[in-house]
Design a protein around this ligand. Sequence first.
Ligand code: PAF
Length: 285
Amino acid sequence: MQVFKTIKSLREQVQAWKSQGLTVGFVPTMGNLHAGHLSLIHVAREQCDRVIASIFVNPLQFGPNEDFDSYPRTFDADQSKLKAQMVDGLFFPSVDEMYPSGEIQTTVHVPAELTGLLEGASRPGHFDGVTTVVNKLFNMVQPDVAVFGQKDFQQFAVISKMVTDLAMPVKLIRAPIGRDEDGLALSSRNQYLTQEQRAIAPKLYTTLLDIELAIKSGNRDFTALTMAASKQLLLHGFDFVDYIHVVNPITLMASKACDGSFVILAVAKLGNTRLLDNILLSKLD
Ligand code: PAF
């Protein structure tokens, strides 16, 4: 596996592959890799001849009081995991390589209809940071296919909107959520949980499963379902429920009873750790 620290060296290799007619799959990450990330690599590998992963903890997508400084940076372990997955190239740029002028001159902003609600409401500016860095990474890697995890459901919807609106020549794939045996969605932030919090954490998923079951059985009173679920989470020991909503998977607007597809999104806190999860229900009659 080659490690590229500069855009120039990365581009030279990608161009060499493309001139041989090889396709390139891309998995952008912020490192601290777990089985969820590795499943994204697997999807990219199935689709493409060569796979590039990137590790870049993007300062632009963290708010002033968020965990940018303490975000776990585990390069050596990450590198070994990627090597074991037969990744062809790892792009590991410095902050200066990504943002050489020290300040951002041009940012990418997807309209507030998609970015101002849910995660965007809790984390102002977060999605501008994500779309700007993903746009830059796409320009650097020039992938044929890019794979993102379903866990960050809104992130995928926002990036899809950017790719469509800006006619970017990349196919996006949304890969299923990786879970621990007890159902907890895999996340780098799970390691912040104490033993006691870790025991409570899977209840987020079981609560979503309860809503899924109710919807599948014909219940369309989304307000009542999500309010009851929210209460349930607090009873289970969660400290705060940021939101639980049933929304349209593309527009992220509140679902209507007559819709055929739904996504149930939830974010709840254990101590200072925010846990995200979701379940997608498509094409229900
Ligand atoms: O999902 C993530 O890890 C990040 O938001 C991403 C897509 C790598 C952009 O920094």
